[in-house]
Design a protein around this ligand. Structure first.
Ligand code: 5GP
Length: 371
């Protein structure tokens, strides 16, 4: 089976039986080598490690014993970072060479806890063996002695690993299929786009790209692209759409590896042509564009907001003039994009007049639905 579904989640095959068995054998042969002439005690961590512990022991050629403790720190697909010991250490460990046997080390908190418990038990030695290790989320300070395979941070099931208790019986290991998506936030100048984007970035596991910032950081990093862009800017030319798009493609590639759920595009697309080109690159990268969120504020309200602020600062004409220019630009360039996404049923409009938190609640409702 290449794909399995448990409740609402679909998982793709990640490690097949033969690959799992070679990882098990690798751990076993390192243990056989290190413990020659000794009689270690394997301490399996339930529930997940039962499958690995069973296969591991079949490959151990030492005189050994095994015992299990039950420790749990997971709920659904996320570590709760809260350890509950369910079945205690009632086995005599004094003078033993203990090999803690775990299916997977993620944050590392579970083993940290087990190591703490072992501290006062007068064991001869302690080592840690795990089938899988997620270096990307490990927070422990201890050494992991035996690792079958290091894997990315994605959630896995099968071969002892569960999702809500199911999936432990599968022979293969499967990885949660996550589809990276992209969405954009737009609105007339003064509509509060920057403020809302900032709140979304704090609230969700999303990547964020402002094309302006990205261009500046390419230049700062001195990349090929950066050199090309700074040349154009120095000659007073506009950065062409395809250059901006290649920045977006680079960003999407990085976002896929970083494990974010979605990417928020800020300041892009700005023209209809860019929107069409964006569709093309996102299709190629297999990142569906799921929505354009438009924060709608009546122009009179915008003008009032600006003139009130201006009155206070005694700069009325200047600011109103600037607002008018920016609004004109918004009308000629951005409004056609809004219509473009409306035709595709990907436009979401939010009333941008009211308290920041209320507007954010409305935006979050949409984000929860689309990403
Ligand atoms: P840690 O304390 O190292 O964060 O987590 C270790 C425990 O979390 C493992 O024993 C396992 O039960 C659970 N765990 C960590 N990552 C995964 C995963 O990707 N899938 C499943 N099913 N459980 C996991």
């Amino acid at each position: 089976m290449d794909t399995v579904t448990i409740e609402d989640k679909t998982f793709n095959v990640y490690m097949r039986e033969d690959e799992i068995q070679s990882a098990v054998k690798k751990v076993a042969s390192e243990i056989n080598e290190r413990y020659k002439g000794k009689k270690p005690l394997f301490l399996g961590i339930l529930n997940g490690a039962f499958m690995f512990a069973a296969d591991l022991l079949k490959n151990i050629n030492l005189d050994c014993q095994i015992s299990f403790v039950k420790v749990s720190s997971y709920s659904g697909t996320k570590s709760t970072e809260h350890i509950n010991q369910l079945i205690g250490f009632d086995i005599p460990l004094t003078g033993r060479d203990v090999i803690i046997t775990e299916d997977i080390i993620d944050t590392g908190l579970t083993i940290e806890y087990v190591l703490q418990q072992l501290k006062n038990m007068n064991v001869a030695s302690v080592a840690v063996a795990t089938l899988l290790f997620k270096p990307g989320s490990f927070k422990g300070t201890y050494k992991i002695d035996f690792i079958g395979k290091s894997i990315p941070n994605d959630f896995i099931i099968g071969y002892g690993f569960d999702y809500n208790g199911y999936g432990r019986n599968y022979k293969n290991i499967y990885q949660l299929k996550t589809q990276l998506t992209a969405f954009a936030l737009t609105g007339a100048p003064g509509a509060g786009k920057g403020t809302q984007a900032e709140i979304l970035r704090q609230k969700y596991n999303i990547g964020y790209i402002s094309t302006g910032d990205a261009l500046r950081s390419e230049i700062a990093a001195g990349t090929e692209l950066g050199k090309q862009v700074s040349g154009l800017i120095n000659n007073g030319q506009l950065v062409p759409d395809d250059v901006v798009l290649s920045i977006i493609v680079n960003f999407m590639k990085k976002a896929k590896e970083s494990g974010v759920e979605s990417v928020l595009l800020d300041g892009f697309p700005r023209t209809l042509r860019q929107a069409e080109m964006l569709d093309g690159v996102l299709k190629k990268e297999d990142v569906p564009f799921v929505g354009m969120i438009n924060i709608v504020v009546d122009e009179q309200v915008l003008a009032d907001r600006i003139s009130k602020r201006a009155e206070k600062d005694h700069r009325a004409d200047d600011d109103l003039e600037t607002l008018k220019k920016r609004l004109d630009e918004y009308h000629t360039k951005t409004v056609p994009i809004v219509e473009y996404y409306r035709r595709q049923n990907k436009l979401y409009e939010v009333n941008g007049v009211g308290a920041i938190e209320d507007i954010n609640k409305e935006i979050c409702k949409i984000v929860d639905e689309i990403i």
